[in-house]
Design a protein around this ligand. Structure first.
Ligand SMILES: O=C(O)CCC(=O)C(=O)O
Length: 302
């Protein structure tokens, strides 16, 4: 449960860390399943629908950057996204009708896990309103040394930074052109089993992990059920089908299948927010690591 102070802090800053939110047995299961995925990736040679491989990934040293859509590939991940230990907290921030939008597991491996440049998630997936929160489930302890996520306080209430370069969406902000003082960013530091919550418009990024300790975080994006994706079917993870009838049915089914608490809401709540559509796409697609290859003006060096 969240206290009034925690809710006020989230509303003011745009983020919050809640210590010890995940029960020990569930954390252990998540860690074990994640270790198994890394072992099972040893014979994978190229990025696919599940695995985003680290550049130094090898059979004798399997190394992942990301598991894509983990809730679709293992029950343990699916279950935690629906667990009251998370939904009771999310409900306080986005209301009682909640849709799960996406999941991803970022590894940020020891000795080289990659940086993620400054960005606002909203630039990737604008919706009819911004009652959207990204929950990070810490599978490892996270300190200053292993590349914590950092967010700029108050940025969720301000303008959208430019995530385009030369007319192409690259999913990253040139720090020299940001509307915000990046020096004010605060790191999310906490023990394994804690969670972070950041607002969809909060400007955030993270350094490379040069330490000896990995920093695995399972991210789950939740929206208010009346927040409908402006990218439509693409944001709901659908591929166009040939039949128009199936197509429309699928949109509705995917939407309702992802209502994890409360009821669907066909009455979209539309708010006046800064929106720039994330098109045209960059050359490198597949994950944020690929999108950001085209970034100019990097914030995070070696
Ligand atoms: O893993 C991180 O440090 C950053 C996560 C993030 O912002 C993303 O994957 O979009």
């Amino acid at each position: 449960m969240l206290s009034e102070d925690q809710i006020n802090s989230y509303n003011q800053k745009g983020y919050l860390v809640v210590e010890g939110a995940i029960p020990a047995d569930k954390l252990k299961e998540l860690q074990q399943v994640t270790d198994d995925f890394v072992s099972n990736s040893k014979d994978i040679k190229e990025n696919d629908e599940i695995y985003d491989l680290s550049p130094d990934h090898k059979t004798d040293n399997p190394n992942l950057r990301r598991l894509k859509n983990p809730h679709l590939i293992h029950k343990t991940y699916e279950n935690i996204t629906k667990d009251p230990c998370i939904l009771d907290i999310v409900e306080k921030l986005v209301g009682k009708n909640i849709r799960r939008d996406h999941t991803k597991l970022n590894f940020k491996s020891a000795k080289g896990g990659e940086a993620i440049e400054w960005h606002q998630d909203w630039a990737f997936y604008p919706h009819t309103n911004d009652d959207i929160v990204e929950v990070g489930i810490f599978l490892d302890d996270c300190g200053e040394e292993n590349g914590p996520l950092m967010a700029v306080p108050g940025s969720h209430k301000g303008p959208l930074d430019d995530h385009h370069h030369d007319g192409v969406f690259i999913g990253a902000v040139d720090p020299a052109k940001s509307n915000y003082n990046l020096e004010t960013a605060e790191p999310f530091l906490a023990k394994a089993g804690s969670i972070s919550l950041h607002h969809v418009r909060s400007l955030h990024g993270s350094r490379k992990n040069n330490s000896n300790k990995s920093r695995r975080v399972l991210f789950v994006g939740y929206t208010a059920a009346d927040s409908w994706p402006l990218k439509g079917i693409l944001d709901l993870g659908l591929k166009p089908t040939t039949s128009e009838g199936d197509f429309v049915k699928n949109i509705y089914q995917v939407y309702t299948n992802n209502i994890v608490r409360g009821d669907p809401c066909l009455q979209a709540r539309v708010e006046n927010n800064p929106i720039k559509m994330p098109y045209p796409p960059p050359q490198s697609v597949g994950s944020i690591y690929e999108n950001q290859k085209e970034v100019r003006g990097r914030s995070f060096g070696e």
